[in-house]
Write a protein that binds this ligand. Structure first.
Ligand code: C5P
Length: 401
């Protein structure tokens, strides 16, 4: 059974981590506990050692610790890293890549999914610094099990109490299930804008950053899918673990997508493909006249082309997902687009909002499918990606091949 690394940090809720360890064991997992120095003031390592039947890792620099292979291998062996309770200090270190003890180093060294269950005083929980650190972690794909409300050890009533062990165990099991839920599936995801050249130095572009497409690609890869990303000229770094194909214009993107479309289980067109492109001048256009008219030509609609290919039987079994960036009548237009382009799912977003959509880290979307609509409220793009991939998984499950 998979090993779970359980990080215990120095909060009063540390005693509840004993219950969490038990719950994970009951679900059939091996648990290896890593305690921070502060945690040891609350619970003794022996308690965890007796329950888990594994040595507890307490010190990165203890003599012999680095000769112990099992100890070193935890970063690669762990199927998941859970930190419960996670103090504000620990979350801060994780968010900023500080690695000054075994647990914070383990977080950087592992590629396993990470779940944190924060616990702290209400004012600390509400502090802007903590909020921002959590935002950073969520964007990175870390799952947060929200603390509950109630009497806190410090005497306050409010939010900050470690979530109940059952809820923490359920979040871990759910994350592990999703971890492999797309194994064997192939995803092709487009991301970013396209740049349409006017002449050798100028182009027409748009504000898409590539974040939404990259987040979907990352989420699908994290669930075990084999992912290819076709990216326009993006302004953010691509996710690890995906095959990347870089293109510039809409025609080049169409060719790259069509060449790879066959055999994909899912194609997600998250790119903001230009709808028109200028006639490209071979020489730089000189500044001679008071006005300049550009003649624009329609670009190929890649998604519509994919829909047609599938309708004509050339892409059997491929699920098609498009986006609809609109500034008004968002859902109505998305419905119309889904029908016209003959695709399964359209992710509709209102790009007139300044807090969501283009070039920012958050999004708010409505998922429009044949069997209904689902709203995903304002959240970091990584969380929105999780909702989109959940929906795709449900469509894959019910799809008649
Ligand atoms: O029709 P509209 O451009 O609003 O449709 C948006 C959806 O279609 C997006 O999924 C986008 O990636 C895709 N698209 C495309 N080829 C184009 C324009 C848009 O595949 N030329």
């Amino acid at each position: 059974m998979p090993t779970i690394a359980l990080g215990v940090t120095g909060g009063i809720g540390a005693y509840k981590a004993v219950e969490v360890a038990r719950g994970l064991q009951k679900a059939g997992h091996e648990v290896v506990v890593v305690m921070t120095e502060a945690a040891r003031h609350f619970v003794g390592p022996l308690t965890f050692e007796a329950i888990t039947r594994h040595p507890v890792i307490t010190d990165q620099f203890a003599p012999g610790a680095n000769a112990d292979i099992a100890h070193i291998q935890l970063a690669t062996d762990a199927a998941l890293l859970l930190v419960a309770p996670a103090t504000a200090n620990c979350l801060g270190k994780m968010a900023h890549g500080i690695a000054d003890d075994f647990l914070s180093s383990l977080y950087l060294a592992t590629r396993a999914p990470v779940v944190v269950a924060p616990a702290m005083n209400t004012f600390m929980w509400e502090h802007d610094a903590v909020r921002r650190n959590l935002e950073v972690l969520r964007e990175r794909g870390v799952r947060v099990v929200e603390p509950g409300e109630g009497f806190l050890a410090c005497g306050w009533m409010g939010k900050g109490r470690l979530a109940e062990p059952d809820a923490i165990v359920a979040a871990v099991l759910d994350t592990l299930r999703k971890g492999a839920s797309l194994a064997g599936r192939r995803f092709l995801v487009t991301a970013g804008p396209t740049f349409e050249d006017i002449d050798p130095v100028r182009y027409v572009g748009n504000r898409s950053s590539g974040r939404m497409g990259f987040a979907i690609a990352e989420e699908a890869a994290a669930r075990g899918a084999e992912v290819t990303v076709v990216a326009g000229p993006v302004s953010v770094a691509p996710p690890p673990g995906v095959a990347l194909v870089r293109v510039r214009g809409a025609v080049e993107m169409r060719d790259a997508v069509m060449a790879r479309a066959k055999g994909q289980d899912v194609i997600v067109m998250a790119a903001a493909v230009a709808d028109y492109r200028p006639e490209r001048a071979t020489e730089k256009i000189a500044k001679e006249t008071q006005t300049l008219t550009l003649v624009l030509h329609r670009t190929p609609d890649i998604l519509e082309g994919l829909g047609r290919e599938r309708a004509e039987g050339r892409l059997p079994g491929t699920l098609l997902v498009g986006f609809a960036a609109e500034t008004s009548e968002v859902v109505a237009r998305a419905r119309e687009k889904r029908r016209r382009k003959q695709v399964d799912l359209v992710v509709a977003n209102d790009v007139s909002r300044s807090d969501a959509g283009f070039d920012v880290d958050a999004n708010a979307v409505v998922l429009v499918a044949e069997d209904g609509e689902q709203e995903l409220g304002l959240a970091p793009k990584r969380e929105i990606a999780r909702g989109i991939v959940d929906r795709i998984e449900r469509l894959l499950g019910t799809r008649k091949e």
